[in-house]
Design a binder for this molecule. Structure first.
Ligand code: PHE
Ligand code: CO
Length: 300
């Protein structure tokens, strides 16, 4: 899961609605999920035997639809790792995936009832524990679900946790989140998550590819983000990105492109404490807005 997330992609009306980062208690409805069984760190047990045949079937169909679209659109690191999620035919056991993941990158998966408060989220990431929502959308939500479910969290986020560098980035983000909370800069930091972990694109020798979980778990946005001439694509620039607002109710109109995971890791290693006030002193930039001097990346 995450705090920032979209869900599955194009709804019938073409929208890919999402929820904002920092979602707990936000909006007019309580988060979905049974929080009564969560511990104080918001983790809970994955009650695997409670999934119904319909649940497993929903997972199988989502997985098949998404996997078929990956070639040419998803980055290789993601494609290579997606098979490590185990059988695509039924909802996997998080413990089983952790068993394979931990020796590779030191991460484990923990179940959560749904969206959790941002501090709890940061704390889990800082401990290399990735929270995965344990419920799956209902069949009528196949194309659109308002909150991240187990399909988004697993299929979208977990493959790159097998990549050592990206795995380190996620932990650094968690630690950075705890620090941003103290500095009251969560909004700026959440934009970094949004435009990288959820909606990031990467330039590769074979062309643009997606690495963001929100894109990779979305039926419609994967093609849109990589191939559509409509959205703006800008080179990754930390402060530009922290100033950039985003839309949660449609496909993104701006994507940021990294050259490599190493670039992302290196660019975010510096101390953000002096950056936050600098970023907040200048105006935010709207989604889809280009500044006069900016060079956009065009499709090859
Ligand atoms: N370097 C950041 C800080 O000092 C922490 C961070 C690292 C945040 C990586 C996000 C990603 O706050
Ligand atoms: Co997410």
């Amino acid at each position: 899961m995450n705090t920032a997330t979209p869900f599955s992609g194009a709804a019938h009306d073409g929208l890919n609605r999402g929820v904002a980062p920092v979602t707990y208690g936000q909006g007019d409805r309580p988060p979905r999920g049974d929080y009564g069984r969560a511990k104080s760190d918001y983790t809970c047990e994955q009650l695997h035997e409670r999934y119904t045949e319909t649940d497993h079937d929903t997972y199988r169909r989502l997985f098949a639809r998404q996997r078929a679209q990956l070639p040419g659109l998803a980055c290789e690191e993601f494609i290579d790792a997606v098979e490590r999620l185990g059988s695509p035919d039924c909802i996997p056991s998080l413990a089983e995936i952790s068993h394979r993941l931990k020796p590779v990158s030191g991460w484990e998966l923990v179940a959560v009832p749904g969206l959790i408060p941002e501090e709890a989220f940061f704390a889990l990431l800082a401990e290399r524990r990735f929270p995965v929502t344990d419920w799956i959308r209902r069949p009528e939500e196949f194309d659109y679900v308002v909150e991240p479910d187990i399909f988004h969290d697993l299929f979208g986020h977990v493959p790159l946790l097998f990549n050592p560098l990206f795995a380190d980035y996620m932990q650094a983000y968690g630690r950075g989140g705890l620090k941003a909370s103290r500095l009251e800069a969560c909004e700026q930091l959440a934009r970094l998550y949004w435009y990288t972990v959820e909606f990031g694109l990467i330039d590769t020798p074979k062309g643009l590819r997606a690495y963001g979980a929100g894109i990779l778990s979305s039926a419609g946005e994967l093609m849109h983000s990589v191939r559509s001439p409509a959205p703006l694509r800008l080179p990754f620039d930390l402060e530009r990105l922290m100033r950039s607002r985003y839309r949660i109710d449609s496909f993104q109109s701006t994507y940021f492109v990294i050259e490599s995971f190493q670039q992302l890791f290196d660019a975010t290693a510096q101390d953000f404490a002096p950056i936050y006030p600098r970023v907040r002193a200048v105006p935010d930039i709207e989604a889809g807005e280009v500044l006069p001097h900016e060079k956009v990346i065009s499709l090859r």
